[in-house]
Write a protein that binds this ligand. Structure first.
Ligand SMILES: Nc1nc2c(ncn2[C@@H]2O[C@H](COP(=O)(O)OP(=O)(O)OP(=O)(O)O)[C@@H](O)[C@H]2O)c(=O)[nH]1
Ligand SMILES: [Mg+2]
Length: 247
């Protein structure tokens, strides 16, 4: 049975946002199916459930197309983590994150975690052209990802328009937008990733470090709901006592 059909209610939610064509769906395919396959532009949104230890994590893929923009804040409602994705060869896709997508995260959890992800690193970076040697099966087991051949000659590489420093600067601005103290948050170095859905470069590292980072949010939610649970036995005894006027 596929992993996604035997799952229960999700404990926590992660949302992938970003402009159309940056590779959001491809990142999710790469992680869940260990493949880079043809995609069609996402309509609305779709989600995948991942079991991580005893917890169920839902990962929401959203549509980057302008016409679906209004749905973004709905998908972000209650999110414990948001992945802001751009294409490293496209400056506009980076600029759009702040102009168009950041405000959608107003509905996320107050302690939501943000990751900034520059995808399509294989187009610019020969390291990213090599399949991720840590590539796992998506279930925690590790296997070598298929080789992807030699890196393209430098002349065929696309110029990189967005650098890691730009991503780290955006991370700092996101924290300011959220009114969060930089010192109290996870450091930019851990939250900015360059990935390639095509080769698998850094894809497991992205998703699996986020899964670990949202675990405290799950535990907090469980504790809160335990605190607000009413013990029916206590309540019944109390009611009976009151009704009988014996107290
Ligand atoms: N070279 C390269 N191409 C990629 C990569 N990721 C995605 N692509 C290509 O980029 C195009 C868009 O990929 P999608 O995953 O559909 O993009 P998306 O962000 O989901 O787009 P929307 O659903 O429209 O918001 C496709 O042609 C992919 O094959 C990557 O890491 N490297
Ligand atoms: Mg898509």
């Amino acid at each position: 049975m596929p992993e996604s059909t035997k799952m229960n209610k999700p404990d926590v939610k992660i949302v992938i946002l970003g402009d159309m064509n940056v590779g959001k769906t491809s990142l999710l395919h790469r992680y869940t199916e260990r493949k880079f396959k043809d995609t069609i532009s996402t309509v609305g949104g779709a989600f995948f459930l991942k079991q991580w230890g005893p917890y169920n994590i839902s990962i929401w893929d959203t549509a980057g197309r302008e016409q679906f923009h209004g749905l973004g804040s709905m998908y972000c409602r209650g999110a414990a983590a948001v992945i802001l994705t751009y294409d490293v060869t496209n400056w506009q896709s980076y600029a759009e994150l702040e102009d168009r997508f950041l405000s959608l995260t107003d509905t996320a959890n107050p302690d939501c975690i943000f990751a900034i992800v520059g995808n399509k690193a294989d187009l610019t970076d020969s390291d990213a052209h090599v399949a991720d040697p840590e590539g796992g099966q998506g279930d925690g087991s590790k296997a070598l990802a298929p080789p992807t051949g030699p890196a393209p000659p430098a002349a065929l590489q696309v110029p990189k328009q967005v650098n890691r420093e730009d991503a780290m600067a955006l991370y700092a601005r996101v924290l300011r937008y959220k009114d969060l103290e930089e010192k109290a948050c996870l450091p930019a170095g851990r939250m900015c990733f360059e990935t390639s859905a095509k080769t698998g470069y850094n894809v497991d590292a992205l998703f699996e470090s986020l899964f670990d980072m949202v675990l405290p949010a799950i535990l907090k939610r469980r504790n809160n709901s335990r605190d607000s649970t009413v013990d029916l036995n206590t309540l019944r005894t109390h009611r009976r006592t009151k009704a009988g006027c014996c107290d």
